[in-house]
Design a protein. Structure first.
Length: 289
């Protein structure tokens, strides 16, 4: 599987009573299709996966696959810090037709690199293409370059989402293997693509999908003059969508545009007044409000 382009890390919309808003989720997928997005990533970090029950997790992936209807790729977030749990989630995604799985580095229990290798190898053995997800700021453990190289030899490990905030990782990975690298940070998409990354799993494309698609396509075409110009224009939003813990700012931004209800499950909660004012001002300057 070749992965390149823009993949939206989908939010999970809730009703005011905090139940899953299935209708809005389907509508969000339709907007992504219309904007030319290459794929969607349901139930990742941006999808508030830690607060969903297993049944809700299954339902979100099922709705995403059904709504996408083969028009874009669905990379289901099915990771966990228990290998057995990740296997169960991945088998479900595989059974309903997801195209790949996004596997976060196991968090909190801080496994050794050998433990990480065995965890990912067992998941890859299931047969569904695997995108590794390196985000040490969330997990407390980095997938070491040597471990990435070992896993890259598995035919079902197809890419890595790099969200460590370090563009050097792209070059370090490509120095030891040919694994596709996808940026996990909107603000680092163009820096990473300039040294070989093939796209982004984007938070911002929940609210500005066409703009992110255009920026990434410029970079894929090696038009980095246009790509840099797009990056500079969009950077204030990329920055302010992380003014608080993701996905709080992106859900606030989407609610400002009438796309979803602004609802979160604890322990996540709404933006502070100061943060909301800053995000609102940035969106107004970009003509989004």
């Amino acid at each position: 599987m070749e992965l390149k382009g823009t993949f939206t890390a989908m939010v999970t919309p809730f009703n005011r009573d905090l139940s899953l808003d299935e209708g809005r989720l389907r509508a969000l997928v339709e907007e992504q299709v219309a904007a030319g997005i290459d794929g969607i990533v349901p139930v990742g970090t941006t999808g508030e996966s830690p607060t969903l029950s297993f049944e809700e997790h299954f339902k979100v992936v099922e709705i995403a696959v059904d709504a996408a209807a083969g028009r874009l790729r669905v990379i289901a977030g099915t990771g966990g810090n228990s290998t057995d749990e990740a296997i169960e989630l991945t088998r479900h995604a595989q059974s309903i037709g997801a195209d790949a799985s996004l596997q976060v580095c196991p968090y909190y229990n801080k496994p050794s690199q050998e433990g990480l290798y065995r965890h990912y190898a067992m998941l890859a053995d299931l047969g569904l293409p695997v995108v590794l997800y390196n985000v040490p700021g969330r997990t407390g453990r980095e997938i070491a370059i040597a471990t990435v190289a070992r896993l890259a030899s598995h035919p079902n490990v197809v890419a890595i989402k790099e969200a460590a905030g370090d563009a050097n990782r792209v070059s370090e990975i490509h120095a030891v293997c040919d694994l596709t690298v996808i940026s996990g940070d909107d603000s680092l998409t163009i820096p990473m693509m300039s040294v070989g990354a093939r796209g982004v799993i984007s938070v911002a494309s929940n609210v500005i999908p066409r703009e992110v698609v255009e920026m990434v396509r410029f970079a894929l075409a090696d038009d980095f003059v246009a790509a840099r110009a797009a990056h500079r224009r969009l950077f204030p939003l990329f920055r302010d969508l992380f003014i608080d813990t993701n996905p709080v700012p992106i859900k606030a931004a989407m609610a400002m545009r009438g796309l979803i209800e602004e609802t979160y499950r604890l322990p996540l909660c709404e933006l502070s007044d100061a943060a909301r004012q800053k995000l609102t001002a940035t969106m107004q300057r970009l003509g989004l409000l």
